[in-house]
Design a protein around this ligand. Structure first.
Ligand SMILES: Cc1cc2nc3c(=O)[nH]c(=O)nc-3n(C[C@H](O)[C@H](O)[C@H](O)COP(=O)(O)OP(=O)(O)OC[C@H]3O[C@@H](n4cnc5c(N)ncnc54)[C@H](O)[C@@H]3O)c2cc1C
Length: 401
């Protein structure tokens, strides 16, 4: 998990799974749809896991067919603890907090296989999971790791000096500079030989500014300065209203940590215009609750299910549903089209499902094709070619003859 698009796809997959599970009776298929697996207990994995669990729990309010026991959220971590950036006690608190919310945290466990969505763990446990998220460490960008003649370390990150020039302490590559996640920048603040700065925004943003100042200094004939930054602490959210913060020995957990997380990120958002935009979205969520509609840009399947706001009053135009919206209790566009007798807007299984659900609601099963394959539709007769009479040859032909 790295990009916003991936986060959107994960969210959409969960929303689609809820839509599909809500029309199924309890059983293995419904259980599979509501099972989520995150692999990797670092910051990305734990934050993503906590947020998705929070979203799923809040969605239950709008899906009366589903209950908390139907949810099955698994976090798999190979090490004996999660969040390596925090010390043991806050790490244990995070595990307890997630388990109290119904999550299964598998420590000292590795993912052995996930073929076809069937998860096999090194402990021997097996289960089917609709959504599997790999968050076990970021690799170096392949362009940097494999397609450059600049020096890279054994993990594919650019070798960088403390002044952010690419190269070794002995020799810098002329006019080559690097900063951020793909640069192995020496961490002079830690004081341990060989230590590298952590791949986070706290360093990336400061390294970017420092790099620009160093380039300007060199262009003006000055000397570049070494990059030194003491960590301001680490903070993570575990879903709406829950978080953990640590600065040296100071540990804050729960709601205050979540507020600190939001506050810090608000400060980090560039420009006042963007700050206000982001804050408006957050405040709207605080008043009206989480948004639960899908992004039009992403689709996990060819068809999408009903998409509605939290209050369940609208179905977004241009979207098609594969069953009655569990939240609005109103027919989706596909069903409306069927009821109005307007043909077949989806031309596929989603349309048939929509039609079946509508029929079941009216108390009769209109799916004759369930018993076997659908008989071929009679084709309209092909138009016959008109006979051309020799005495009515067009004028132009006669002229050319
Ligand atoms: C899920 C997640 C949550 C995180 N949460 C936090 C957090 O709470 N706090 C924190 O401090 N850090 C966090 N991080 C880490 C933080 O996002 C990164 O450390 C930071 O973004 C690194 O900045 P960067 O500029 O080096 O790389 P990026 O932000 O990844 O920017 C690299 C850019 O280069 C572009 N690019 C890639 N290849 C090419 C190419 N060939 N040509 C042109 N452009 C290219 C990419 O599209 C991208 O826009 C998180 C990371 C993830 C994945």
């Amino acid at each position: 998990m790295k990009h916003v698009e991936e986060a959107v796809a994960i969210r959409d997959t969960l929303l689609t799974a809820f839509d599909r599970a809500s029309v199924l009776p309890p059983g293995p298929e419904r259980q599979r749809l509501l099972t989520v697996t995150f692999v990797g207990g670092g910051f990305s994995g734990v934050e993503g896991f906590g947020e998705l669990l929070s979203l799923a729990t809040s969605l239950l309010r709008t899906y009366p067919e589903l209950s908390p026991v139907d949810l099955s959220f698994h976090l798999v971590e190979a090490a004996g603890r999660i969040l390596p950036e925090v010390t043991d006690e806050p790490g244990r608190w995070v595990v307890r907090a997630l388990e109290e919310r119904g999550a299964h945290v598998h420590l000292d466990t590795q993912l052995v296989s996930a073929v076809g969505g069937h998860v096999v763990l090194s402990t021997g446990q097996e289960f089917d999971s609709e959504l599997i998220v790999w968050a076990a460490g970021n690799a170096a960008n392949p362009v940097v790791a494999q397609h450059t003649d600049l020096p890279v370390d054994d993990r594919g990150f650019l070798r960088v000096r403390a002044d952010l020039r690419v190269g070794t302490a002995q020799a810098a590559v002329p006019d080559a500079w690097a900063a951020g996640d793909d640069a192995a920048v020496p961490d002079l603040a830690v004081g341990t030989p060989g230590a590298r700065t952590a791949p986070n925004a706290q360093h990336a943003v400061r390294q970017g500014r420092h790099l620009a100042a160093n380039i300007a200094a060199v262009l003006r004939g000055g000397t570049p300065r070494d990059y030194v930054h003491r960590s301001l602490g680490v903070v993570a959210t575990l879903g709406l209203g829950q978080g953990v913060f640590q600065y040296r020995r100071l540990v804050v957990t729960g709601f205050p940590a979540w507020v600190m997380h939001r506050g810090y990120h608000m400060l980090a958002v560039p420009t006042w215009e963007r700050k206000i935009r982001v804050l408006t979205v957050w405040l709207a969520a605080a008043v009206f609750g989480r948004e639960s509609y899908r992004s039009p840009a992403s689709s996990t399947r060819g068809t999408r299910s009903c998409v509605a706001g939290r209050r369940g009053r609208r179905v977004l135009p241009g979207w098609v549903g594969d069953h009655t919206c569990a939240r609005t209790r109103r027919p989706t566009m596909a069903q409306s089209a069927v009821r109005r007798g307007r043909g077949d807007p989806l031309r596929g299984s989603a349309h048939r499902r929509a039609r079946d659900v509508a029929a079941r609601r009216r108390g009769r099963d209109r799916r004759p094709d369930r018993a076997g394959p659908r008989p071929p539709r009679p084709r309209p007769p092909l138009p016959q070619p008109r006979a051309v009479r020799r005495d009515r040859v067009p004028l132009v032909h006669r002229r050319g003859a």
